[in-house]
Design a protein around this ligand. Structure first.
Ligand code: HEC
Ligand code: HEC
Length: 283
């Protein structure tokens, strides 16, 4: 009963602030640079019992914010990609190697973003792109690890994402990744914090609603890293998770933790079929 009244309070706040209680995703279509067609709406993957159609967060943003992502010259997230291209070519660490020494052109990473997080056979665990990058830096380059949500790292993930734009997100949730996926699903549906809200309460039950003048999306991560107009920088998936958990007034997990890795796999799988969009632009 107590939980219920809290929910009612939250939803009352959402609709009062927004004026209109609910407004679905708009009908706009996203093509980047006039050439990369992005799927922003498609049938939900079978494992999602309560949702029929999935939408990119882009469809919930204003026309002005949407426009910034439609051309790489306007998208400030592409500055991060350019920074990462310099790192890509620059030797670092005791082995005197750069990413390019082993991987060639950054375009060779096309398709990689779409399948991460992914089971890593050698490590015997699900890994994120950030973990793969740091693994290469530490064990293959003899270089210092980058901070999980630091700008060097997020820029590099933006570069790796950018070369997969337009490709469908397709993370595997079966086989050895299944138990991690189940853990992520559990976290997604667990109510936390003083507000006793789960990710699902907002991003599954209430997407389309207005919350503090913000149009609530499905909380998809196909657009990450995301350049946010609010903090004028590229934001990584785990930094965003941290912010959302904090908004429920809960203690949050740290970026790179086992919990957030599992949650990332699960949330990514809710976007299977949408296009990779990162670096995207949001408010
Ligand atoms: C000494 C060679 C070497 C260097 C230098 C190196 N890597 Fe790697 N990297 C590898 C190998 C080998 C693998 C595992 C096999 C594969 O997937 O290509 C790998 C895997 C990866 C993966 C996972 C790819 C996938 O398909 O799953 C990413 C992402 C990655 N590296 C990024 C980087 C970045 C970014 C840098 C520079 C900061 C870098 N690597 C530097 C050799 C290297
Ligand atoms: C109290 C409601 C609320 C809860 C609970 C919540 N979020 Fe959010 N979330 C928001 C709002 C508001 C935004 C900004 C508008 C939008 O993009 O939906 C947002 C944005 C996001 C985004 C960015 C989407 C994009 O396209 O850039 C992701 C990802 C996300 N949330 C994931 C989560 C996850 C995972 C959880 C659970 C740990 C969670 N959120 C819990 C309200 C919430």
């Amino acid at each position: 009963m107590q939980q219920k009244s809290k929910m009612i309070g939250l939803f009352a706040a959402m609709s009062v602030v927004g004026g209109a209680a609910w407004a679905g995703p708009d009908e706009d279509q996203l093509t980047i640079n006039g050439e990369i067609a992005i799927v922003t709406e498609t049938a939900a993957p079978e494992h999602m019992a309560n949702v029929k159609t999935i939408y990119s967060g882009w469809r919930f943003r204003s026309d002005e914010t949407q426009a910034v992502q439609m051309d790489d010259f306007d998208n400030p997230g592409m500055l991060g990609v350019e920074n990462a291209l310099v790192d890509w070519e620059t030797a670092d660490g005791s082995e005197g190697k750069s990413c390019a020494s082993c991987h060639g052109a950054s375009e060779e990473m096309a398709g990689v973003r779409a399948v991460y997080p992914k089971w890593n056979e050698e490590k015997g665990m699900v890994t994120t792109l950030e973990m793969e990058v740091n693994n290469c830096r530490e064990t293959r380059m003899g270089a210092e690890k980058w901070k999980y949500t630091g700008s060097d790292m997020t820029d590099m993930v933006a570069l790796i994402s950018s070369v997969s734009r337009g490709m469908p997100v397709n993370v595997a949730i079966d086989g050895p990744a299944q138990s991690t996926w189940e853990q992520g699903k559990e976290l997604y549906y667990t109510r936390t914090g003083q507000l006793e809200l789960s990710c699902a309460n907002c991003h599954e039950d209430s997407y389309g609603m207005m919350i503090r003048a913000d149009h609530l999306s499905q909380g998809q991560i196909n657009g990450f890293p995301t350049y946010r107009l609010k903090n004028t920088k590229l934001n990584s998936v785990h930094a965003r998770f941290k912010g959302c958990v904090r908004d429920t007034r809960a203690e949050t997990f740290s970026p790179g933790s086992a919990e957030f890795i599992a949650l990332e796999l699960y949330v990514a799988s809710r976007g299977n079929g949408l296009s990779v969009e990162g670096p995207s632009v949001r408010n």
